[in-house]
Design a protein around this ligand. Sequence first.
Ligand SMILES: [Mg+2]
Length: 226
Amino acid sequence: MITDVVFDLDDTLCDFQMAKRRGLKAALGLLPESIHQHALAAWESREADLYVSFAAGKINRDEYRHQRFAMLLPDEKNDETKVEAMNTTFMFEVNDNIGLIDGAAECLQELHSMGLRCHLLTNGPVDGQQRKIDRLKLARWFHYIQIGEAVGVFKPDPQAFKILLNAIQKPAKSVVMVGDSLHDDIEAAKSVGVAAIHFNKSGQGEVASLKDVPEAIANVSHSDLD
Ligand SMILES: [Mg+2]
């Protein structure tokens, strides 16, 4: 019997990819157009690895935020003001100017009506994720919120799920995870015995709309009884 639902945040409840594209465009807008191509290529080839270093604790969040824009500049050491301005511009777009994915509010309302307890399990830095949660007024829906940086463990590390299960005081079999990442959310949840529903807007997961999540959870609960 499922009693608790755990949601991923980025690209599950809020449209992070779109906000990130917008943020990068706005940050690049602070640079001369002549180096846009160079900067974009540097971002595309190195930003993801930099984030992995942050998630693994090899660099702290300030280093991550500095390096991700400093590496876009040809003379990175000489323009700290520019790097800081780019980061501020980017963070406004991704944390404050972000929207919910269609159906998110209806989904959370329906789960609440079904008597299910909801939680949030998100990777990333505490300050940025908290800004998104505040901006989107999401805290009211969640009994427990776990942010990767706060506990020092990021998904897909099974320990992230174990910390959560311990915090909510529920066995894995009572919990279902809803997320967009096969690697970080779905496979990771299943590795600790938590059922998972893959959300994919393009129809390549189990649900293409968050509005279909309550029914999918009911089916998970039902299959438990078989
Ligand atoms: Mg996600």
